[in-house]
Design a protein around this ligand. Structure first.
Ligand code: DP6
Length: 329
């Protein structure tokens, strides 16, 4: 095999119904169905080249050699691709985010979706969307939802073969916006992987799980009927529940910060003034403010004026993971 190169771009996504806890942690088969929207202004571009001259995989993230944890995760995904393609060739990987890593914009979602698409194509494979979603899921659960476009549901399934994400509606279906209020760009101290394992220790796990099917159907219906008044309260409840699960794990995990609460309270205040805006959160300190496009400028200006907010990024619904021609090396 000579040098085979491919570059893919994948958007990150924000979950409206969160994935938190696994039925099978090794294969990342989740406890519950989740729903998300891809983010068009938060994406990862990844180039993969399999090169017979290499004696080891070379992994560069954001222009620097990857740290050991990231390296192991990337090499594990390359190994899955090599097994599928029946090759042993080592690869050169370069990956670039257009947003800060580890700050509540899920970089692992877009990173592993882009890696999965670029690596399979560079290895000469043409996987279906479902097969790619399953492959991406092995590296990061939320990456399964960054393979299809627009508004996406990940049906938990019962085992690895039937746990994958599909699009509910394309990006142009609904002019929704996610105004991300960045209050900290620091790496989070407890990663999602530990969080998923810790979910099993929260006394509220069964309460959350029993309420989720009804919320899932409501969120799905709200997206299909473009009803923000229906969607908003459900996504706020789910975000609060994610953090309640984290805080009541043993030992507890606090992603919750005073700055985050300030933005949430401001959003509630703006809503009382008549702006239809609702918040959601990830396993990090930043607040995602969900509104329709007609209100996005106002929400972004107000969020940007909060002293704790360092920066805002406005996202429209993003498309599916896809190949691009511009290689990173
Ligand atoms: C809070 O997909 O980052 O963002 O599978 O361990 O990589 P790993 O976890 P990850 O978990 C995402 C958790 C979340 C909620 C969500 O995106 O659904």
């Amino acid at each position: 095999m000579s040098i085979q190169k491919a570059t893919a771009l994948s958007n990150s996504n924000i979950a409206f119904i969160k994935y938190w806890g696994n039925r099978d942690a090794i294969f990342r088969v989740p406890l519950n169905d989740s729903v998300s929207m891809n983010l068009d202004h938060a994406f990862t571009t990844t180039t993969v080249a399999f090169d017979a001259q290499l004696t080891d995989d070379q992994i560069v993230v954001g222009g620097k050699d990857a740290n050991e944890t990231t390296r192991q995760r990337v090499v594990a995904q390359l190994d899955r691709v090599r097994a599928l393609a029946k090759i042993e060739t080592k690869a050169r990987v370069a990956s670039q985010n257009n947003f800060p890593m580890g700050a509540g914009i899920a970089s692992s979602a877009s990173a592993f979706a882009a890696l999965s698409l670029a690596a399979t194509r560079a290895a000469g494979l043409e996987l279906s969307e479902r097969e790619l979603s399953i492959l991406a899921r092995h590296a990061a659960g939320s990456a399964s939802r960054s393979i299809p476009g627009g508004f996406v549901e990940w049906i938990a399934g019962s085992d690895s073969a039937n746990s994958f994400a599909v699009s509910i509606a394309p990006p142009e279906h609904w002019d929704l916006r996610d105004v991300v209020a960045i209050v900290s760009a620091e790496e989070k101290k407890v990663g999602s992987f530990e969080g998923h394992a810790a979910a099993q220790t929260s006394p509220f796990l069964s309460t959350r799980q029993s309420g989720l099917p009804a919320r899932f159907h409501l969120v799905r219906r709200a997206i299909l009927s473009k009803d923000l008044g229906l969607l908003g309260p459900a996504i706020e409840e789910d975000a609060i529940e994610l953090h309640m699960m984290a805080m009541t794990s043993r030992p507890p995990i606090f992603y919750w910060t005073p700055e985050m609460v300030r933005v949430i309270q401001a959003a509630h205040h703006w809503r009382a003034e008549g702006i239809a805006v609702y918040f959601t959160l990830d396993a990090g300190p930043n607040v995602h403010l969900i509104c329709e496009s007609k209100d996005a400028d106002q929400v972004a200006a107000r969020a940007g004026a909060i002293p704790a907010v360092q920066r805002v990024i406005v996202n429209a619904p993003g498309g599916a993971a896809h190949l691009i021609d511009q290689h990173l090396f």
